[in-house]
Design a protein around this ligand. Sequence first.
Ligand code: CA
Length: 224
Amino acid sequence: MRILVVEDEKKVANFIKKGLQQEGYAVDMVHDGQEALVNAAAFDYDLLILDLMLPKLAGLEVLREIRSKKRNLPVLVLTAKGAVDDKVAGLDAGADDYLIKPFAFAELSARIRALLRRGTQETPRLRVADLELDTASRQVRRAGQIIDLKMKEYALLEFLLRNAHRAVTRTMIVEHVWDIHFDSISNVVDVHINSLRNKIDKGFDPQLIHTIRGVGYMLSDRPQ
Ligand code: CA
């Protein structure tokens, strides 16, 4: 899951970015409203975290502009303490949720998980055959056995599970699992697919991660 964070206060922005990265999200960060529009147009983000008081272009303007083009992008608005009008205006302009600053990271994290769940499944669990990923506890099990994944392996598996039974390209994977600093000439996607296979498929049946020649990968238990 790739998130765009728009926040001009560097300290707050870094606090959010660091916390989200520790939870396995790919995070791009920009510090003003114009950059926000440029990035939102260039990449297919899974979620937007938007501060309302921003230089160059106000958060509400950014929100209206993005909403007119990306109706389904979940948007979490950040507002200063006590700015109730901001909150209402944000929701009116198309925000899905808001958080009042200062906030605890655990609360931000829980709101994000709730927003990412919307429109897909109501349960925090993603499942194919006997493979299960719980987005709330971040636990992965295969045949009841707990599987220990590194952060990027977890993020990759979550993306594959959210797109289960569909072929996904390397470009799609990169866009949702890695951030803007991804090195496009590296084979890092294939390396992570291999390590994920070793953990979730090796010694289990059926094999769930399939290579789709000329396309990319697919996670499925259905015969091809
Ligand atoms: Ca601000």
